[in-house]
Every structure is written in C-alpha cells, then in structure tokens.
Design a protein around this ligand. Sequence first.
Ligand code: GLU
Ligand code: MG
Length: 444
Amino acid sequence: MDRQQLLEQVKADGVLFVSLQFTDIMGTIKSVTIPVERLARALELGVWFDGSSIYGFARIYESDMFLVPDVSTYRVLPWSSPDRLRARIICDVHGPDGEPFKGDPRSVLKSAVGRAAAQGCHYQCGPELEFFLFNNNGDVAIRPVPNDVAGYFDFSPRDNAQVVRSDIVKALNAMGMGVEASHHEVAAGQHEIDFEYADAVTAADNAITFKYTVKAIASTHNLLATFMPKPVFGSNGSGMHVHQSLMDPAGTNLFYDPDGQFNLSTIACQFIAGQLHHARALAAVVAPTVNSYKRLVPGYEAPVYICWAQINRSAMIRIPRGSPAQEASARAELRCPDPSCNPYLAFSVMLEAGMDGIRNRLVPPDPVSDDVYEYSEVELARQGILTLPGTLGEALEALAADPVVRGALGDHVYQGFRRARLAEWDEYRIQVTDWERKRYLETL
Ligand code: GLU
Ligand code: MG
C-alpha cells in the first residue's frame, strides 16, 4: 500500500482518528493521536515530538524527533466506537538529522535483521504469548481472582473465559494477525492464543498489537488481562516462547536438513549453540523484570537450566516435532522469554546471539532427554549444564559481561535499559516483604 492508497482506504473505512505508535525501551507503547484530516501531512512530513519526555530516548538538548508512519501497519481498531473510529499505524522514530534514531527499539531490530539478511539469513519468529484474565474487583483494588475453573486444553461449559477468548480472537483476526489456535493454559485463569509466524519485525509488531488487543477486549468484559510473568505464587507463570527459524532469500528454511539430528541443519545447530552460549545475558532482555525470575523456577514448565531437548518442556530450547511437512516446520523454540519484554529488543538479542553461533561455528552440547528439573547439582555439573540467572540483578551482571548481546542493543539502548532495570532491581532489593515478616518476626 502506498500513501495515496492508504488515504483512500482510511476514507473508505470511515476512520476519524489515527494513533501513531512506537515503543520506548521498556516496551511501553507510546502513541500520539491525530485527527484523520492531518494524516496526509503526517505521511508527507512525519510528526515531530519531544523525545526527551520518552524514557531512554533523548536528553533535553537533543530532543526533537519525528515519527515516520509505516503505512503497511495500518489497521482499524475493531473495538473503537464508530463515531470515534480509530486506526493505528506503527511508526519508525527518526532524529533531527533524518536518520533512524538509535534509541528506537524497532530500528534496533531492523538493524539486526539487516545484518543477518546481508549474510543471507532472514529471521522468522512465531511468539506464543500466555496471559491471565482476572476479575476486576471494584475500584478499590484489582484482586487476582481467576475468573474460571478450567485447566490445560479443557473444554468446559464452566469456562466463562471461552466467550472472552472468542471475542479476542475475532479482534486479533480483524487486526490481520491470522490466529491459528487458542486454548486454556495450565493455570486457572490462564490462556494462550497463537498467531502466524512472520519476519521478526512484523512478529514484534504483532506481539505489541496482541497485548493491547487482549487488554482492550478483556476490559469490555470488565476483566483485567495481564502479561505479568508470574502473577500467582504456586501456579504456572506466563511465557512468551518464540519459535524461530532462518530462511534464505528464496524462502527456503535454512534450519532443515533431513539427515541432521531432529532434522536440523548445521546452521540451526550453530544458531542454537549461540543462544545457549549467550543465554545468561539474553535473559536480561527477554525476561527483563523483577517478576520474570519468579517464573524461571523448577516445576512450572518454564526453563531454569541452559540446555536443549526435543520434547522436554523443562529445557531452555525445545525442538518441536513438526508435521510431515518437516521442511517448513523445522524450528527452535526458545522458552525463556516472557511477555514483559520489549519484543523488538528481545528478537534483536536473540538473533545476534544465534548469528554469533553461526559466525563462530559453535557446536551445541548434547541435547538432554530427561526432565532436567529432577537433576541433582552433581548431575548438572557432570553434564556441564549451567543455570539461567536467578534474579534480575544477576541477569544484568551477565548482560554487562557480554559484549555480543550488549552490541545488539547498541550503546544508546543498552545504557538506558541498564539504568532503568538496575533502578527497578535496587528498589525491589530493599523491600521488606510479608514473607520475611511471617518467617522471621517472631522466631528471630
Ligand atoms: N506457562 C509455561 C511458561 O511459563 C509454559 C507452558 C507451555 O509449555 O505452554 O513458560
Ligand atoms: Mg503455552
């Protein structure tokens, strides 16, 4: 679609407002809404804004930035009322010199994708976002009361959330996301909706779109949708597993080799080896909140140990069994990411780690075949299996020590990311919790 076609489409759709969107380093969606009459001008000249008021973007003296709408991302928001009909367009952020701004996560991902493409590797991602639906208990507090009673894949007439999920699927399809399946997840109140894989930039656009669509539709049912990685102690948390492969320019899957282990090519194994090698630093970006590390614990189908496997859900990378059409479906599923990440930055570091494995012809260790949660410390040491960071603080240290992963973010984003996440970690570290009072107050 070119600009002229977009303007005609907007008119035909009866759109009155257009939200121009981008994300900050933390993954928060930012948007400026313009009346439709201003769209032609925005497409031609961009929309200027003050970058210094967006976290991690710019200092006060270098603050002028402008948004360049990516017309291919035009979508009408299906939940907006017809008398205020709104569409969104995702934008790239440019600096006053007209160049893509180095602090824009989408531009960071475009650079990483471009570097890999120059080597003939086109990165494809299929993220699977899990989430919880909670009852919204009045205006005093939102209490984590799961609003249904079903479990994994359950079909139950008591699953009230089925209705909500169907509405979400309809909205996602209207947003052009190609939903493949939706199901109840393991925990009460937990769900997953899977959509088509795509090139990494589109997949990251989709992940962002997914989150606000789910939230918008849930709120029309007076429910709260959350992508918090571990909202309930003792229950499964919410992951954002990412299925990944590389394609050559002709669209052939470079991960497939019918003679390889699990039908994987040498390139696929090197890519996997790269992600295993950089896993501890990757964690800081793909699982970037204090709460992320409450999910990455044994026993809840989230990874803890840095290893790979064919079917094992306790491994960090899993090779899903494909359908008979193996060629198209050869892929590696990275299981440590969670939906609190900024998907643009997450995919950037994941790609860079994998490409580093290819560059250095890394060989992955033997895959594991058991449930690694059950391994003793001795067994882990014998097999040389390391663990993911146990806290955000530990992950940030690993990131600081890994120039490849840091390099994928670029200095601007890395410094802003580190400042913000370190502050988050420091604030958390000094809290005195109920758990501590229960445990120590009387006995000490
Ligand atoms: N909820 C699990 C996680 O935190 C994953 C469950 C699954 O395998 O789909 O990663
Ligand atoms: Mg799942």
